[in-house]
Design a protein around this ligand. Sequence first.
Ligand SMILES: Nc1ncnc2c1ncn2[C@@H]1O[C@H](COP(=O)(O)OP(=O)(O)O)[C@@H](O)[C@H]1O
Ligand SMILES: [Mg+2]
Length: 138
Amino acid sequence: MDDFISKSVEQTEEFAEEFSKNLNGNEIIAMYGELGAGKTAFARGLAKGFGVEDNVSSPTFAIVNEYNGVYPLYHFDMYRIESWNDLDSIGFFDYIDNGVIIIEWSENIEGALPENVIKVNISKTDNENERIFKIEGI
Ligand SMILES: Nc1ncnc2c1ncn2[C@@H]1O[C@H](COP(=O)(O)OP(=O)(O)O)[C@@H](O)[C@H]1O
Ligand SMILES: [Mg+2]
């Protein structure tokens, strides 16, 4: 997929909403990018694409938020996950193949991700409202 340059949070959400139309209902989407990159904004747009009307925010404390849209959507935040044991104890592996999984701070669980994940790399630029999206695996 071509790189996408977003010039605003709204453009990021619209891009994710469009992107959601490529999904079949059992993908894992691993997002990478620093704090404020736009991971939650991307997840929000994707949820909107699934017809979810709930408010979507980072599940930092809950670890996982579940949304019911055209497909079940599981939104994880791995910020506080440090080991395979942590990942197992939150039941991560039971979610696989039961809906779409979208992950913030995938850096923390890199070794536990299956090979067929879709990777969404988000980087900031010198421009305050600009973000570059690089998507692999779709
Ligand atoms: N093009 C853009 N895309 C996404 N967010 C942007 C963009 N430009 C500025 N922002 C701002 O960057 C922040 C992104 O926040 P968030 O999505 O919560 O990031 P993360 O989950 O990666 O920490 C928001 O404050 C948003 O308004
Ligand atoms: Mg976030």
